[in-house]
Each structure stands twice: as structure tokens, then as C-alpha cells.
Ligand binder design. Sequence first.
Ligand code: HXC
Length: 257
Amino acid sequence: TDFNTIILERKGRVGVITLNRPKALNALNSELMNEVVAAVADLEADNGIGAILITGSERAFAAGADIKEMQSKTYMDAYVEDFFTPWDRVAAARKPLIAAVSGYALGGGCELAMLCDFIIASDTAKFGQPEIKLGVIPGIGGSQRLTRAVGKAKAMELCLTGRNMDAEEAERAGLVARIVPAADLLDDALKTATTIAEMSLPIAMMAKEAVNRSFETTLAEGVRFERRVFHSTFATEDQKEGMTAFVEKRSAEFKHR
Ligand code: HXC
């Protein structure tokens, strides 16, 4: 498939989506949104893919939703087209989704990174929700996911002042899994994604589903959900292979990848 605003590559079992509107610092316009949604659907349907990596350029992961495209929209436009809702389909991906962030991840860019399963940041990364400076509020889940990631105090401060956070602050606050030097970001993220893609895919999907459930329910219900899914792992060949490989002191060769 040919895309205009992203590059889609398959590197082994990892699908790599590179946001590619360099002149606009990868601002997320409708075309880019639709292409990311289509690329994720394509990778989800591909049995050869076990993990998805979303990245941008060294200067910008994405500097937000496209302000020039949004500028003249009316309320009716936004409501009727259900503006930004297609991004929910990326958040609903069942395969592990990793964001590799260098440079600006602002507004919709920060929100896109947060709707991935985890973020690996370069030491140049900058995160923020500056929408308030434009007279709007976050619209792709930022007010919710940032609050769950970093807590109320910092989320409120960021959403109300529009200031940016650097990579160090983002890591301290729990927004990013890890910081790596900018020059190593892609290699490191690809290595991490490959590690995940070599696991049993159904088991990785179960692990993702279980962690995500913690955002949706009480602790008691979440633990019950986990227990049931844990029990169901014993119905898989990959549980037998994983445990047999350990006992036989060899590395596991999962069947369902
Ligand atoms: C459209 C954008 C853009 C954006 C940058 N550009 N961000 N175009 N939408 N979000 C364009 C600029 O207009 C410029 O185009 C080119 O990219 C380079 O940007 P500069 O501003 O010249 O670069 P620099 O001086 O290095 O500043 C980088 C920056 C700044 C600090 C990231 O671009 C910036 O503040 N951008 C906006 C960040 C923002 O507010 N994001 C939130 C968007 S709202 P030209 O053609 O002039 O060269 C959002 C809302 C989601 O995401 C939900 C609410 C509705």
C-alpha cells in the first residue's frame, strides 16, 4: 500500500510506522490519522507481525493535531465527523504497540504516544498538552491518559499552563518506560519490539489486555479477570513449550507467534 504521510515497513516481526510530514513537524492531519489507522489494521491482520512500533523524526514525534486544518472547523463539523474518534481504533489494537519518541510530542502527539502501550523516549523528547494556549483542550484522550500516567497534580499543571516536560521529568513522573540517547532510539526501540514479537503472540495479547483492564475496573475485579486469563494460558501449546524449554535448559520456540 502507498501512503503519503507515513512510512510503513516490516522489520522481521515488527511493523514500523514512521510519521512522515517533516515540514509540519508531523502534525496529525486527517490524512495521516487515516493512514495510521489503516497501517495498524494491516499489521494487526498480518500473522507475520508480533509488535508495532510508532515513531517520528529526530526533531518531532508529532507537534500535535494539525492546527491549520482545525483552525476554521465549526462545532457542527467536529461533531458530525466525530473529529479524532478514528484514533480510538489505534488505541484498541490488540498487538503490543510501542511509541519511540524523539523531540516534540505535544498535544495530539503526546496523546498518540500515550495511547500506545508504552513509550521509549530519547533524551531530547519533550511532552506537553499545550491545547489551552490555542483555546481548546486535549481531544485524543490526553486529559485522561496523562492523569492516569502522572497523577492529578502534574496533569493539571500541564493541561492548565500548557508547559512542556523534558524526558527526565517525564520518566520521573512515570510517563515513559525508559530514556535512551537520541542516536540509539530507533535501534533500542526496535530491539525491544523484537523481543516482544518473539514471545507467544496470544500470550502477549493476554498480558496487554490484563494490564489495560487495570485502567477500567476495580482491583478485585481486575485480579479476578487476571486469574481467569492466567488459567486460560494453560490451554495453550505455548505454555507447555515455555515451561518445558525452561526445564530442559533451552530457549523457548513459541509456536503461536
Ligand atoms: C500545524 C504545525 C504544527 C501543528 C508545527 N507546525 N506544529 N502545523 N499544526 N500542530 C508547522 C509550523 O507551522 C511550521 O510550518 C513548521 O511546522 C515548523 O514549525 P515551527 O513552529 O517553525 O518550528 P519551531 O520554531 O522549531 O517550533 C516547534 C514547536 C512549534 C514548538 C513544536 O511548532 C509549536 O508550538 N507547534 C504547535 C504545538 C501545539 O500547540 N500543538 C498542539 C496542537 S493542538 P511553516 O509552514 O510555518 O514552516 C492539538 C489538539 C488535540 O494537538 C485535540 C484538541 C482539538
